[in-house]
Design a protein around this ligand. Structure first.
Ligand SMILES: Nc1nc2c(ncn2[C@@H]2O[C@H](COP(=O)(O)OP(=O)(O)OP(=O)(O)O)[C@@H](O)[C@H]2O)c(=O)[nH]1
Ligand SMILES: [Mg+2]
Length: 874
């Protein structure tokens, strides 16, 4: 059996043996980006050939927990603030200030540098997230407004961004029932403002007011396009500096929440851009907090606030503050002021309307509120008799009557001149929406509230895995399993083009290998010939023929194809060329030389296992009318690689795809919505970019191809790495990521079908992590012959089962040593929909168990502390 070995080592060997090596392939991107691994007879390789080669091939990225040291931004001489900023910016993996979580211990760092004694609070609460996220992402702490100020806020116990909102008891009669809400715009430190040239970027301090900039929603610090991604990181709450994460936004910015940003649109991929704006609009920290809105002396609950915002005629631009609301007429205003709007009446929000709500002094009352002078003026214009301090009841439709009487005296809004006069007096006039029927309003409001709660109940499943682990296959399976239209017509068209193009990529790889195999074979024959000269060999050498040789006609096509691919102008040639040359490609594929090359394909690592699936049908696939089947889509490479993120929403159907009733009949569970988000390993690699956007994920699904144990790749430093060890490294960095501190992990050990085949010929111990794997010898059941039991099941397969349990245990122990928590594990075959269905349903179970644990924990605590006699009943 030939061992797996990376191409560079083989190249070195070939060159050392004096063979000229084919030029490095630098054509259009191949559908993979790890180096080629070719079969080679290991006995023939000198030991020196295993030394890392100098040629750099495309590699899997390496996760750097922290970025390389960064140059401090130019600026005025080092004040404590700027020193902190620069030092924090420079704190890298080598700074030696790593905390227990692997991130620099900020409080020590800051206090050492600035001589400021920070209390322990700095390490906890909201600040912890922002500081750690910042450092984990490798970004500097911007300026004192968000650095020292934030630290001080944290010390005061108020991590704030744009607003300081405080509640106080007030003895004032006008607000005796209301908590005082003091809304103070947070000023940026003058010192910092002075340091930053007007209009300059707050990070690099360059640019003018004409430079395009993006502002932080919480502190309004502005960043140029070169700095914005550095300053804002992965934007888990949208456009906010890293140090403002968790802080409320400036109210003046509420209108632009989730709205377009030209700069970000340019800098991010469309999916990333969408995710950022979604997060900005929906994340908790950016929402108006119900407790900041007080209506008729009572702070709102979440449900009341949603009701208020989603009624047909809501108060415009609702901000934190004190308001009064007349439920009967729909009048709405700020406490102590005349009415500002007429909103939907009869909403069950806030407390009871107070007499002095609008601070009127006319001794005339409408629905129990003393009205202001300007309202009295309006009533007079409307012909309402105001003499004798009357008390009126005013209904939403404008009809009014005097308190204690039954007869309607008139209709205020009926008169045309009132419609004209109200704007002149800056008084509101009812809109059509304000007068919808009570039932209609009730239905609308109910729907809005349940939509909101439904959105909150979306369970996010984060799918992460290394190159080739099978994440995109699982993702595609989820779409097939749970979506009525798994792929749109447009998507199918682009998939079609991708499949047609990738056939040529596979063929290109095979042709390159063929050339190389041919050269090596020729060299071997020559070497042999020198040792034992033979006439037959002489003849073949003269003809330059080996088992890898192809006819001159096919050779000229192959050379043309490799040249076209090397030129990189793929789009100009494909897919037209695919049609013209399909027959030639078919001929090539069926040629014995290519088939001989392909036979070693299991050892040509980058050639995906599905290459033959597509190459065998090249003529059919190259047709204009070709429509990819579901299986074609499942096997196709690169479908979900839209800049790193892909997501799909779904419900689990009541019946599993296998046709059997789901084990869980709980309808609520079935109706729950799930969102599978696939994060590409490359983005995880770049300082775990994007990961902190997913702190609301319910489960992290980490996918590992079990077949990786005997496969290798070359890292950025040219070191040959075992792929399973790389999985382990990535798993460690994800498991220890602070974002996932409280999130359950499910490990999917994938490609079980391939493991069953591979383990028979390649021992698991080839991976150093698995060196103590000692499978129990199979005690064959009586009557078993040739490794088959009574049922005819191949009992040898249990070796793969044992390997699965062993690998699962290794990861469980690793996870437990990192987090002290339990890791859930399941095996899967990504190409089988039942298997993926079962794995994703298992993820749902994990969420359910987590919820049950909380409930149990909650009721246990309740029973512990409850004084109810029932608690002590047994
Ligand atoms: N036999 C078998 N093949 C699988 C399985 N899962 C995935 N594959 C194949 O393995 C290859 C890699 O799978 P992908 O789903 O593309 O892996 P990935 O995680 O997206 O990796 P990248 O494409 O490198 O990002 C594809 O050719 C899949 O068809 C499995 O369980 N069994
Ligand atoms: Mg893929």
């Amino acid at each position: 059996m030939l061992p797996y070995l990376s191409a560079p080592a083989a190249e070195v060997e070939a060159e050392a043996a004096g063979y000229s090596f084919a030029a490095e392939y630098d054509g259009p991107p191949l559908p993979y980006d790890i180096p080629r691994v070719v079969p080679i007879d290991v006995d023939r390789i000198p030991l020196a050939a295993f030394a890392p080669p100098s040629a750099s091939l495309p590699n899997l990225p390496v996760v750097h927990p922290l970025p390389p040291p960064k140059k401090p931004p130019p600026g005025p001489s080092a004040s404590p603030t700027s020193v902190i900023e620069n030092h924090a910016a420079m704190a890298g993996p080598d700074s030696g200030a790593l905390g227990s979580s692997g991130f620099p211990d900020l409080s020590t760092e800051l206090s050492e540098i600035a001589g400021v004694a920070f209390s322990e609070e700095l390490r906890g609460g909201q600040n912890r997230l922002s500081t750690e996220s910042a450092l984990s992402l490798g970004f500097s702490f911007r300026s004192s407004a968000s650095g020292v100020d934030e630290a001080n806020d944290a010390v005061d116990g108020q991590a704030t961004g744009g607003l300081l909102v405080t509640f106080q008891e007030s003895g004032q009669s006008s607000s005796s029932m209301s908590p005082a809400i003091e809304v103070t715009p947070r000023a940026r430190s003058d010192e910092v403002e002075m340091k930053i040239k007007k209009g300059a970027c707050h990070n690099c301090l360059k640019g003018s007011r004409f430079t395009e900039k993006e502002a932080c929603l919480a502190c309004d610090a502005k960043y140029c396009s070169g700095c914005v991604l550095e300053a804002m990181g992965s934007m888990p709450e949208g456009r906010k500096c890293i140090s403002c994460i968790g802080s409320p936004i400036l109210e003046s910015k509420r209108e632009i929440l989730g709205k377009n940003s030209r700069m970000l649109k340019r800098l991010l991929s469309s999916l990333e851009f969408e995710q950022v704006l979604q997060a900005e609009k929906n994340c908790e920290a950016n929402q108006l907090r119900p407790e900041d809105i007080c209506v008729n002396g009572k702070k709102l609950t979440l449900e009341e606030m949603i009701m208020l915002q989603s009624c047909p005629c809501p108060p415009p631009k609702l901000k934190p503050g004190l308001y009064w609301y007349d439920k009967v007429s729909g009048y709405w205003g700020k406490e102590g002021h005349k009415p500002h709007r007429i909103i939907t009446p009869n909403l069950n929000v806030g407390g009871n309307l107070m007499e002095n709500a609008s601070n009127g002094n006319t001794r005339i009352f409408i629905n129990g509120r003393e009205i202001t002078k300007v309202e009295m003026q309006m009533l007079k214009w409307a012909g309402v008799p105001c003499a004798g301090n009357p008390h009126f009841w005013l209904n939403a439709d404008g009809t009014y009557l005097e308190e204690g009487q039954k007869n309607v005296k008139g209709k205020i809004w009926g008169k045309r001149r009132i419609k004209l006069i109200c704007p002149v007096l800056s008084l509101p006039f009812p809109s059509k929406d304000a007068n919808r029927s009570g039932e209609e309003v009730n239905n609308l409001v109910k729907r809005a509230v349940s939509d909101y709660l439904d959105k909150k109940a979306l369970h996010k499943l984060l799918l992460i895995g290394n190159h080739g682990s099978g994440t995109s296959t699982i993702f595609k399976q989820a779409r097939f399993l749970y979506r009525s239209v798994p792929f749109s017509e447009d998507e199918r068209q682009s998939i079609k083009l991708m499949i047609q193009t990738s056939i040529y990529n596979y063929l290109g790889t095979l042709l390159e290998c063929r050339e190389w195999f041919e050269e090596v074979s020729l060299a071997l024959i020559r070497e042999n010939q020198q040792l034992h000269s033979s006439a037959g060999d002489e003849l073949d050498i003269q003809k330059n023929l080996t088992e890898y040789s192809i006819s001159p006609r096919l050779k000229s096509f192959a050379d043309w194809l490799l040249n076209v691919m090397a030129a990189g102008d793929r789009e100009a040639v494909f897919p037209v060329a695919t049609r013209e040359h399909a027959r030639l490609v078919e001929e090539l594929w069926n040629d014995s030389a290519i088939q001989a090359t392909y036979k070693c394909s299991s050892e040509i690592q980058p050639l995906p296992g599905n290459a033959s699936y597509f190459l065998e049908r090249v003529v059919d696939i190259s047709r204009v009318e070709y429509e990819p089947s579901d299986t074609d889509i499942l096997y196709a490479d690169g479908i979900n690689s839209y800049g790193g993120l892909a997501c799909t929403d779904f419900h689990f159907p009541l019946f599993s795809c296998a046709g059997s009733s789901s084990d869980d009949h709980d309808e609520q569970q079935t109706l729950s919505r799930y969102q599978l988000i696939r994060v590409h390993y490359k983005d995880v690699g770049k300082n775990c970019k994007w990961l902190d956007m997913f702190e609301d994920a319910r489960v992290v699904i980490f996918c590992v191809a079990m077949t990786d144990y005997d496969e290798f790749y070359q890292d950025l430093n040219g070191v040959i790495m075992n792929k399973m060890m790389e999985n382990r490294r990535l798993f460690e960095s994800i498991a220890s990521h602070p974002t996932f501190e409280h999130i359950d992990f499910l490990l999917i050990l994938n490609k079980f079908d391939l493991l069953e085949q591979k383990i028979e010929i390649s021992p698991l111990t080839l991976c150093e992590w698995f060196d103590d794997f000692n499978p129990m010898s199979i005690s064959r059941p009586p009557n078993s012959r040739n490794g088959r039991g009574r049922s005819g099941v191949n009992v040898e397969a249990t070796k793969a089962e044992q390997a699965f349990h062993y690998i699962a245990k290794k990861f469980k122990m690793l996870f437990s040593s990192i987090t002290g928590r339990k890791l859930f594990v399941t095996k899967a075959n990504g190409l089988e929909s039942d298997s993926v269905d079962a794995a994703l349903r298992y993820a749902r179970e994990v969420i359910k168990w987590g919820e049950e644990e909380w409930t149990m924990c909650g009721s246990y605590m309740e029973s512990m502390y409850s004084t109810e006699p029932s608690s002590f009943s047994h």
